[in-house]
Design a protein around this ligand. Structure first.
Ligand code: GLV
Length: 321
């Protein structure tokens, strides 16, 4: 029986079939996650690793994993995994694109509404007696209707966000490493723009691209200074796409109107300056954090492992081995 090591404790429902058919190890009841060192100790005995988006699957771990055939990442992003090295070692890496698309687009839209209409900030103040005024010219935000959203990264999540933005009466422009076909552009109702033009002209800039060497600090001081002073930046992709020090200055000095962030440059260490600012809405990487999606992602990651070993169906492969 093949052995599968799951790094993080999760609802069991999504793993039901995997647990029936394979020898599965999960962290014991009451333990959230195995540490890197624990996984390092155990990995030589395992054929498959089911890892979370923030669990580092590096050279050291893979060199210690003599039997490992597949790393099934519980995420669409896989910047936690040394992909070239996995490929070199003949280890299949897979991800979970389908279940992640719609909830991440919801999160981006939710952050955008919260920032543009100052929902979180006003909610915080209205709870304190006397801290909020009710006047018609108080608590003003910005309308989305008629504005332009610039989506950087027009993959599945970018397109799902485009649908939501169009439903809100926004215009959609996008930038992507590879321009979409005319037919796809028409389907998305989106106009391609070079990156610098998108940054200069969009009312909202949403990051929906993966974290790679090319996208590291895609938004830094020059880009933030080039954005409209009324613009909003949304990041539900990966933190390192934004130079966080530059963003803090941009928000403090009002180069832009606001930002909605689900991810941070330094992972779960949030720069404390954000806690002091009302023009930023911050969430601790909760883009896929719903009861439904947690199970869907688990089932998808489990299915990748079962289909890989059994050759019975699709496997969402990230690398070619
Ligand atoms: C979430 O961040 C994911 O990559 O699925």
């Amino acid at each position: 029986m093949k052995k599968v090591l799951i790094t993080y404790n999760m609802f069991r429902e999504g793993y039901t079939e995997l647990i029936e058919k394979y020898d599965v190890t999960l962290p014991p009841e009451g333990v959230e996650t195995f540490t890197y060192d624990e996984v390092y100790e155990m990995i030589p005995a395992y054929d498959a690793l089911l890892s979370m988006f923030n669990f580092p699957v590096d050279k050291k771990l893979m060199d210690h994993a003599g039997k490992l055939k597949i790393v099934s990442n519980y995420a669409v992003g896989y910047d936690n995994i040394d992909i070239p090295y996995a490929t070199q070692k003949g280890i299949q890496v897979t991800n979970t694109p389908d279940p992640v698309t719609e909830p991440t687009a919801d999160q981006a839209m939710g952050l955008l509404l919260a920032v543009s209409r100052r929902i979180s900030e006003i909610d915080r103040r209205v709870r304190i007696p006397g801290a909020v005024k009710w006047g018609l010219l108080e608590n003003l935000g910005h309308s989305l209707f008629g504005k332009t959203i610039g989506i950087i990264g027009m993959g599945r999540i970018g397109r799902a966000l485009a649908r939501r933005a169009l439903a809100s009466g926004m215009k959609v422009v996008y930038h992507n490493r590879k321009r979409l076909s005319l037919e796809e552009e028409q389907k998305c109702n989106a106009i391609y723009l070079p990156l610098d033009e998108l940054i200069r002209t969009a009312d909202v800039v949403s990051l929906n691209a993966p974290h790679t060497n090319e996208t590291f600090h895609l938004i830094g001081e020059p880009e933030l200074k080039a954005m409209k002073s009324s613009a909003i930046l949304i990041n539900t992709a990966r933190g390192p796409l934004v130079d966080e020090r530059a963003l803090i200055r941009a928000l403090q000095e009002h180069w832009i109107w606001g930002a909605g962030l689900d991810v941070f440059e330094f992972g779960d260490v949030i720069s404390p300056e954000f806690f002091e600012m009302d023009n930023v809405v911050i969430n601790p990487h909760t883009g896929t954090q719903t009861y439904e999606v947690r199970n869907e992602m688990a089932a998808y990651a489990a299915r990748n492992i079962m289909n890989f070993f059994e050759g019975t169906g699709a496997v969402a492969c990230v690398n070619k081995i």
